[in-house]
Design a protein around this ligand. Structure first.
Ligand code: DON
Length: 346
């Protein structure tokens, strides 16, 4: 960082001027008081509609934050691209996409539908994310306990965040599980259609991986364990400062700009960003891709992970959501950002 500073070779050279523009957009969006805070569980309903934070980390480690950037929030669906990334990294795209598609569903994130191959449409909606959780559960060493599998995943998330600790909100986890009729329905519907990795099919895909294991190893995880793992990923807790580093790691092809650790393979990052671009913003994804042209993923707590590939990662956080479930201030911020800077991919 220091050497780059001396050479004036930053990816955003006039970072102070840039930050001032960001600050202006921040205050403009602060005035937006539309939307409603998610209320399906009490822990989310209690979040203040006034929270509004923006954190930015460039791929060469320059940082800017403004507003409520230290308020912890559960990452909810912002976990979906991350667990998808781990699955891609460990299993490869061919295996992962035997079980989940790459097509926007054009429907709600928790809609009870599968594509014409009887697979979930993509990993960014609930059905797809549950399948990704089952792949992760299934592929981990069968000797690992549930606790170890959770720790392994958490460790991956934390390395994406440059080694910063993520929290776990147990109250949110318990509430999610309590109010999860739709997710269980999705799980059963997918079990009916044999969407989950089964011993023989998975072993066929994974011969190279399983050759070291005993033949009779148990590789089909328990249904309830898979569902719990999905709620646990949604209940991981972080703040804007932390999530922006994760976004920057994605912007930087899988190498964390803060720790300089290579966490993900570039081809995994490419696939994750492609599907964030086409499917990351619920049923607003097409319009967001058109207007903003950046890969992003939103979550029901009001968090948004936004990537400007090869430039920077951002986390935007504000709980009031629009009718489609995206953070009102977050979406407005992105739309204002691309009016000022030519970050739109096209
Ligand atoms: O599964 C649920 O209902 C939520 N915990 C998922 C959260 C979310 O952000 C919706 N996203 N696609």
């Amino acid at each position: 960082l220091i050497a780059a500073a001396f050479r004036h070779q930053f990816i955003i050279p006039e970072f102070q001027d840039f930050s001032k523009e960001i600050e202006e957009i921040y205050w403009k969006c602060k005035e937006n008081d539309s939307g409603t805070v998610a209320s399906y569980i009490p822990q989310l309903k209690r979040m203040s509609p006034n929270y509004w934070g923006v954190s930015i980390v460039t791929i060469d480690g320059q940082r800017y934050s403004i507003g409520d950037v230290n308020i912890p929030f559960t990452i909810q669906s912002c976990s979906k691209p991350l667990s998808y990334a781990i699955a891609l990294d460990l299993l490869g795209a061919d295996v992962v996409h035997t079980y989940v598609g790459q097509e926007p569903s054009g429907r709600n994130f928790n809609e009870l539908i599968l594509d014409h191959n009887k697979k979930p449409h993509n990993p960014m909606i609930n059905a797809g994310a549950i399948i990704i959780c089952s792949l992760l559960k299934t592929m981990y060493n069968p000797d690992m306990s549930s606790a170890e599998k959770f720790d392994f995943t958490l460790n991956y998330f934390e390395r994406l965040a440059g080694g910063q600790d993520l929290g776990f909100n147990n109250a949110v986890f318990l509430s999610e599980r309590e109010c999860a009729d739709r997710n269980y329905a999705l799980g059963f519907y997918m079990r009916e259609h044999k969407c989950f990795p089964e011993n023989s099919k998975f072993r066929e895909c994974m011969d190279f991986y399983f050759q070291t294991f005993e033949d009779d190893c148990h590789i089909h995880s328990d249904f309830d364990e898979i569902m719990d793992f999905y709620y646990q990923c949604c209940s991981l807790e972080a703040n804007c400062e932390i999530v922006s580093v994760i976004a920057a790691t994605l912007a930087n092809g899988g190498i964390c700009p803060i720790s300089e650790e290579k966490v993900l393979k570039p081809e995994s990052v490419r696939d994750v960003l492609s599907l964030m671009h086409s499917c990351g913003m619920y049923d607003y994804s097409g319009q967001f891709a058109f207007k903003v042209g950046l890969p992003a993923k939103s979550g029901v707590s009001g968090g948004m992970l936004v990537v400007v590939p090869n430039v920077m990662g951002m986390c935007l956080y504000s709980p009031p959501l629009d009718a489609l479930g995206n953070s009102c201030r977050g979406v407005q911020f992105c739309e204002e950002l691309v009016k000022k800077f030519n970050f739109h991919r096209y």
